[in-house]
Ligand binder design. Structure first.
Ligand code: ADP
Length: 397
């Protein structure tokens, strides 16, 4: 019996899942939040249901202590299901990390060094790693990078057309994100269809609060919409996605926004929220169908951008076999799925309205039988993918 603990750490919270690797089902999952506050909060879902606690959680180390107490009090017993390894989600692996990597002091230094490229994420991921190492000192810890799957991009796909020397010095290029999800979903799609992964040209649309598209050729990422940071590409909950870079120059000159102001505007006050006042797709859809013009425009802009990327990636791939929707919006919104591919019949994409409207758990086909491209909904499972990659990194997968 082997279990893997998966940790996804932010600056003031972390999520965890203990996964039984024989069944690939979670044995427990939970959340430790408001770290650094006197009223920290934990939620633990174990064999006896959900247990919550409010207590002071001074730092991540105290957070892991609280997690161990939750296992102790609510099960399952970590003596009965000891994790053989801990897998950590790390957002930025730069160009150095192209596969899951067993964490050593040198790896930690490298993750820290990449904080320059992901200042919000990598330091928080590292805090989680260091605290988890104290809680589980006797097992290997493995870093699984959001960027790793996209390390197969060709230079022409990852290069920005700016001064080459300046770009090199500041490590400016497309890295891409959501790699763990794009990998899991493209592999699951092939498996579900019973087709060899190596034969398929796929587009994966990961549409959550953050959103990205990925062109996957024979199981390898060849293009993706997020770039140096997770800001580029699709319209997102609060992020603008693609924008003429001159808008920033214009705003800094005319609206006197400094770098912090521009960062805040594009990452936190744009996207669906900026256009409609609502960052959650459910609210946007509801308002749009109620006749709200801002919400309608937000939805239409979101769909227009999606269509733009579908077309672009069909060209990059030189054809398309499978188009897959995943994550919160992709798995749940039949409106978004229908809107994204409306009018693409000439490109071989035809949805079946009834299949698209049906609520089905697990991977399912939503295209019509006569559609040349198979359109799927595949629920993503980043935790399981991290756990699988963790096992493979320690030579047990
Ligand atoms: P995250 O990127 O934070 O992991 P998720 O993948 O959980 O996000 O996706 C969250 C998004 O999914 C939210 O914007 C939410 O509006 C959207 N969502 C969830 N359920 C639905 C639904 N039934 N219809 C439309 N959007 C939905």
């Amino acid at each position: 019996m082997s279990a893997v603990l998966v940790v996804n750490s932010g600056s003031s919270s972390f999520k965890y899942q203990l996964i039984d690797m024989e069944t690939e089902e979670p044995l427990a999952s939970g959340l430790v939040e408001r770290i650094g506050e006197s009223s920290g909060h934990t939620v633990h879902n174990g064999p006896n249901g959900k247990a919550e606690r409010t207590l002071e959680i001074r730092d991540h180390t105290a957070g892991f202590q609280a997690m161990l107490e939750a296992f102790e009090a609510n099960g399952p017993s970590l003596e009965e299901f000891p994790p053989v390894a801990v897998g950590h989600r790390v957002v930025h692996g730069g160009k150095r990390f192209f596969e899951p990597t067993v964490i050593t002091p040198l790896v930690e230094i490298n993750i820290e060094d990449l904080a320059e490229l992901a200042p919000l994420h990598n330091p928080a991921n590292l805090q989680g790693i260091r605290a988890a190492e104290k809680a589980f000192p006797d097992v290997p810890h493995v870093a699984v990078f959001d960027t790793a799957f996209h390390q197969t991009l060709a230079p022409e796909a990852y290069t920005y057309a700016i001064d080459a020397e300046l770009a090199e010095r500041h490590r400016i290029r497309r890295y891409g994100f959501h790699g763990t999800s794009h990998k899991y979903v493209s592999e699951t799609a092939a498996q579900f269809l019973g087709e060899p992964l190596g034969d398929l040209k796929q587009i994966v649309l990961h549409l959550g609060n953050g959103a990205s598209a990925c062109a996957v050729d024979g199981g390898r990422s060849i293009d993706t919409s997020m770039g140096l940071t997770p800001l580029e590409g699709l319209v997102m909950g609060t992020r603008s996605g693609d924008i003429d870079p001159a808008v920033l120059i214009h705003l800094s000159r005319r609206a006197h926004l400094d770098t912090a102001g521009l960062d805040e505007l594009l990452n936190r006050r744009s996207g669906l929220l900026g256009l409609s006042g609502r960052g959650d797709m459910r609210d946007v859809e509801e308002s749009a169908s109620g006749g709200d013009a801002g919400a309608r425009l937000a939805l239409d802009t979101y769909l227009h951008r999606l269509k733009h990327y579908i077309g672009a990636y069909i060209a990059i791939l030189g054809g398309l076999d499978v188009l897959t929707f995943t994550a919160g919006v992709g798995e749940n919104s039949s409106t978004v799925r229908a809107g994204a591919v409306a009018g693409l019949e000439a490109l071989g994409i035809r949805l079946d309205e009834e299949r698209n409207a049906e609520r089905v758990a697990g991977p399912h086909i939503i295209s019509a039988d006569d559609s040349a491209v198979t359109v799927l909904v595949v629920p993503t499972n980043e935790e399981l993918e991290i756990a699988r990659q963790t096992l493979s990194a320690i030579g047990a997968g």
